[in-house]
Write a protein that binds this ligand. Sequence first.
Ligand code: ZN
Ligand code: ZN
Length: 260
Amino acid sequence: MAPDETRTDTGVTRSRMPAALSRIVSPLLDLLFPPLCHCCRAFIPEPGEVRLCPSCREGALPIEGPLCSCCGRPFATPGGMDHLCGDCTLSPPPFVAARSALRYEKSTRELIHSFKYGYKVMLRRPLGLLAAPHLDHFVAGFGADLILPVPLHVKRLRQRGFNQALLVAEIFSRRWGIPLSRTDLRRTRWTEPQVTLSAAERAENVRGAFSLAKPAELAGKRVLLVDDVYTTGSTVKECSRVLREGGAVTAVLTLARGVD
Ligand SMILES: [Zn+2]
Ligand SMILES: [Zn+2]
């Protein structure tokens, strides 16, 4: 499907048809397939591009400062300047910065859950549209040469059928005009799912799981590493460590971040 197309939940595609035709066809499509909120399934008279009802849209809360200037963790106290958190001071991560667009709660959590575990691949577009405006400023300042998705092991790819990080990275690549590489970073070792593990166990679990296909191609490059959710950061830290060993400078972007 072309990037500018939208798709109804029933699979009907509304490409960029001529305006005159659209005026006739769109109301008919709305009648046959009424626009429903991607999150709560409520009818939305004016769905717009994101297709969330006002209530679910309000539930997609952005990550707001002050933040840790390195890992992007939001501080609980409002106001004040960004500064390093205790963890990044004691143990500087291998990336220069990590930024997430949305708080991993409420409608954002539901959308990402449906996207990733409910196999609703079409949700990448509303998620990308919701997230990207909150990352534009950071991306413009970073000046990336390349976007890399966190790779899945081939066994997990076969199980799920798609890599959610790649689908998000494709949207970001088009928005910011930054080339995307699907193959430079590889997951070479199978790892158990991270969900039930502690932070220390997660770090241990992913150690040595990634490698670079052609390290010489990444030396000196500025890389945006994309994943869906930042939880403890163990996966993106391990990827960034491998990229740093190859001579690349990494910043991490995620749709959402778990908030304490
Ligand atoms: Zn809704
Ligand atoms: Zn930090």
